[in-house]
Write a protein that binds this ligand. Sequence first.
Ligand SMILES: Cc1cc2nc3c(=O)[nH]c(=O)nc-3n(C[C@H](O)[C@H](O)[C@H](O)COP(=O)(O)OP(=O)(O)OC[C@H]3O[C@@H](n4cnc5c(N)ncnc54)[C@H](O)[C@@H]3O)c2cc1C
Length: 403
Amino acid sequence: MYDAIVIGARCGGASTAMLLARKGHRVLLVDRAVFPSDIPHGHLIHRGGPARLASWGLLHRVIATGCPAITAMSSDVGEFSLAADDLAVDSVPIAVGPRRMALDRVLVDAAVEAGVELRAGFSVESLTLDGDRVTGIRGGDRRTGTSVTERATLTIGADGRNSHVARTVSAPEYEQEASLTCWYFSYWSDVPGDALELHDRHGRVIFGFPTNDGLFAVFVAWPISELSVVRSDIERQFLAALDGVPPLGRRVRAGRRADRFYGATDLRNFLRKPFGPGWALVGDAGCHKDPYLALGITDAFRDAELLSNAVYEGLSGSRDLDDALAVYERRRNEATMPDYRMNIERARFTPISATERRLRSALHGNAEATRQFFLTIEALAPREVFFGPENMGRLMASVAQPV
Ligand SMILES: Cc1cc2nc3c(=O)[nH]c(=O)nc-3n(C[C@H](O)[C@H](O)[C@H](O)COP(=O)(O)OP(=O)(O)OC[C@H]3O[C@@H](n4cnc5c(N)ncnc54)[C@H](O)[C@@H]3O)c2cc1C
């Protein structure tokens, strides 16, 4: 009998299992994948994710896989690009972009070091139930046909957006929004670039950043309505999107594509009620959103912390487990909702507001203010300072009011 069984051993599951084991819980972590292994999802970690990795003692291990710390950034929504470097605080960079093979391996190893029992290559076929209470899992290694039952006080689905756990318990969904974009991405060698580059141009969003093995990762999103055109010739459409930002198009064309194109098109947005009798959800299983703002991994880390704190309170008897899990849902929603809604707005390719446009004009040519802006939106500086009335008043006064 385990305190917790966690299904899914990547950023949501391995982190949750590690944090629970560090608190002294007996945890079984299962995944049908074996590690190290890749998963065709994105892997830019920013907006507070690097700081969370550092607080867990894992940032240096992620960087040691050969993915550079990213301390420079540029953002361009058409007229001009804002750029800044030296974007680190207390040696924590604004971003890192480890390939999932590298990141998930670091997380799984850290979970095992913390005392988690890992079963890789283990596929969960069903949940065991006592009435409506989940009591554990049934599954095993598909290749050998062996099947076992394991029991736990809490079974945690960290099994991704198409979560088997969520389906089995019919976890209610809210704030749903259909897929808004389609994404393709690949990796190039011999493309110079040490910054996180964001471009929102001509109805495409592009982000590029350095990753492991000296490669430069490039992700492009189109409105979902253009999927059939994009699919008809992915490479041509991809390069055409990059050519919409001529300096980037030239740089990438001068390099060499080192991998195939990966795509993702089924990207519904939703939150799910993340707990019920004997079960909980974390990561994409509990909240999935379009990759536009690249929030998934950072949010999974945050929710791993919120969930493991709640489980600890519930299992150590300092609070009723259901009450503690209700706090988990509330804190997750408070933390995620502003970004979740903004992400949907962005993924609709809604033009930025007049206020944002004015702010960008105010920052253009002001290197230190741009640096503070990036540090703030990347969660390395307090929002109330940059976006406080005094600083905003000063900045906005430097640009003419629109007539
Ligand atoms: C195109 C694209 C680009 C993205 N870009 C970024 C980005 O740049 N930055 C960012 O932060 N996020 C990005 N995301 C989102 C990010 O990838 C996800 O938020 C993140 O992977 C969620 O992690 P997770 O651990 O919840 O689930 P997953 O990474 O999906 O892992 C789920 C695991 O569960 C296992 N599993 C599932 N079912 C079972 C079962 N029945 N038995 C055993 N194991 C099971 C799977 O094998 C898998 O290993 C992107 C997503 C996409 C699709």
